[in-house]
Ligand binder design. Structure first.
Ligand code: PTJ
Length: 251
């Protein structure tokens, strides 16, 4: 039990959710290591959504609203931390939810499907009952995707993704929105839009932005995307991290 007035309450809560999800078969063991790496970067951005990330989330929301077949890809860490928010985001966007795992086992797919259904999801793609298609250029199970979902998606939200798949998805012509606290990762550098923020803050913020931007007309949404530059976004995110180290040196 973490006391609510603990200065790092939210971070510890996420950590406990991740540990419980591992014990319940939702999370891959490597998912705990990935989470720890994310925590370190989160520390450097001050464990809050930066101004840069907020602008990026706005561009991401605009792309998802304009998409013809938007898909939200769910892995173990996402299912452990934000299942209800993912379902809500899919509802307001009329987007599909697809389970897509790096460490895929039929048992993990079944367990994550249960988590998403309990969170209110009506339809979940990418389960073992479907005939999955394979995306060229990916030599692991993450390349097996639903024909109704990722295979034919134009815009895909991929939280905590690996570099190979991001590259393959972008090369197959898809617009890829990554959520990755590490601005130096291959995923971050390859994605069309990289949200450098913690997924626990990103998805609620995306919901808020989608609700706001849905009232905008198409041209305004297109302008938001055109004015976004992922290289500048990554550089600014890194600068925020470096300045937190410089501030410490002044201490
Ligand atoms: O559930 P599976 O089988 O699909 O496996 C998922 C993991 C995450 C184990 C797998 O995709 C993996 O190994 O990912 P990587 O290559 O470690 O990349 C994960 C990235 O996510 C790292 O750059 C982390 O910094 C970042 N990250 C970790 N936790 C968070 C995060 N980014 C946003 N929010 C987080 N909470």
């Amino acid at each position: 039990m973490i006391p609510k007035d603990h200065p790092r309450y939210k971070s510890l809560l996420s950590r406990h959710k991740v540990v419980d999800a591992y014990k319940n078969g939702i999370l891959a063991d490597a998912g705990m290591i990935a989470h720890g790496r994310g925590e370190a970067f989160d520390y450097l951005i001050g464990e809050k959504t930066t101004k840069t990330a907020e602008k990026t989330i706005e561009a991401a929301a605009a792309s998802l609203i304009l998409a013809k077949n938007p898909v939200l890809s769910v892995n173990g860490n996402t299912a452990a931390l934000v299942p209800e928010d993912i379902v809500k985001l899919a509802d307001i966007l009329d987007a599909k939810i697809e389970i897509n795992l790096f460490y895929r086992t039929p048992q993990r797919v079944k367990t994550i499907l249960k988590v998403l259904k309990e969170a209110g999801a009506k339809e979940v793609l990418g389960t073992d009952k479907e005939n999955l298609e394979h995306i060229e250029g990916i030599n692991h199970p993450r390349g097996d995707v639903s024909p109704e979902g990722i295979f034919n998606a134009d815009v895909i939200l991929v939280p905590l993704e690996d570099g190979d798949r991001t590259e393959a998805l972008v090369s197959s012509g898809k617009f890829v929105i990554a959520v990755d606290l590490n601005p130096l990762s291959r995923t971050s550098k390859t994605a069309s839009i990289t949200i450098v923020d913690n997924i626990v803050r990103t998805i609620p913020c995306l919901i808020e932005k989608v609700e706001k931007l849905k009232k905008y007309d198409k041209d305004e949404l297109k302008k938001l995307i055109e004015n976004f530059n992922n290289n500048i976004n990554l550089r600014d995110s890194l600068k925020t991290m470096l300045s937190s180290i410089e501030d410490f040196e002044k201490f």
